[in-house]
Design a protein around this ligand. Structure first.
Ligand code: AP5
Ligand code: ZN
Length: 217
């Protein structure tokens, strides 16, 4: 099963993808994480991506596709993937269809997480993650059981993203509306679109997604 989670910054794509991963044995594939990995290891793609990401703009389709292609061939993806933050442009969506078709696969569902812009700014601005395992937390909405310690792995180091400031989040939202939101119609036209409200509680949204994905697996 191959799923896409579509939605603006802070919609909860990463949060929900990690929960679906545990529930269904699918593998989360986040182009944001892949690009941050490339930045951290200083590869040519990472060096080119860094300034663009820090500004909140979209990285070129060429770089994103190169990073994704490499990962999409991973042997751990046999059961399927949850694409988180990809595709983000129509060119990426078309390239993805081609890549999957070559493997005899397709997109089974594109799930659009619907949220209000103001709520996004608050979610992204308060966010941090465990440096060791990547589990996500939030100053107001999701604190670890013990302050400063990861629930999942016991790690004691938390980190915040360079692009999670109010100004950059606004640019990221604009990029979403201009370049990514048209994909809702792209998948609607192909009969694979499902829309889910992502304004409620994390566990309520997770239950909605479980019901959708459960029918596909
Ligand atoms: P990326 O890493 O994909 O960031 P994003 O799309 O901006 O999404 P976020 O990770 O900010 O949000 P999310 O929806 O995953 O929310 P989360 O679950 O963390 O991309 C970063 C950059 O990389 C882009 O700007 C671009 O430059 C580049 N890039 C990546 N992919 C690309 C592509 N395909 N093409 C071109 N460029 C690309 O939740 C946010 C917070 O809210 C968390 O703290 C969470 O705990 C909390 N939260 C989650 N759900 C709820 C809820 N229901 N209620 C309250 N709080 C909640
Ligand atoms: Zn952890």
């Amino acid at each position: 099963v191959n799923l896409i989670l579509l939605g603006p910054p802070g919609a909860g794509k990463g949060t929900q993808a990690r929960m679906l991963e545990e529930a269904f044995g699918l593998v989360q594939l986040s182009t944001g994480d892949l690009l941050r990995g490339a930045v951290a290891s200083g590869t040519p793609a990472g060096l080119a991506a860094k300034t663009v990401m820090d500004a909140g703009e979209l990285v070129s389709d060429e770089i994103v596709l190169a990073v994704l292609k490499e990962r999409l061939d991973g042997p751990d993806l046999a059961k399927g993937t949850i694409l988180d933050g990809f595709p983000r442009t129509e060119a990426q969506a078309r390239a993805l269809d081609t890549l999957l078709a070559a493997k005899g696969q397709k997109i089974d569902a594109a799930i659009s997480l619907k949220v209000e812009d103001e709520a996004m700014i608050a979610r992204v601005a308060g966010r941090y993650t465990c440096a060791a395992c990547g589990e996500g937390y939030h100053d107001d909405f999701k604190q670890p059981r013990e302050e400063g310690m990861c629930d999942k792995c016991g790690g004691m180091e938390m980190k915040r993203r360079a692009d999670d400031n109010a100004e950059t989040v606004r640019t990221r939202l604009q990029a979403y509306h201009a370049q990514t939101a048209p994909l809702i119609e792209y998948y609607n036209a192909r009969g694979t679109l499902t829309e889910v409200s992502a304004m409620g509680d994390i566990t309520v949204i997770a239950a909605d997604l479980d019901a959708i994905v459960g029918k596909l697996t």
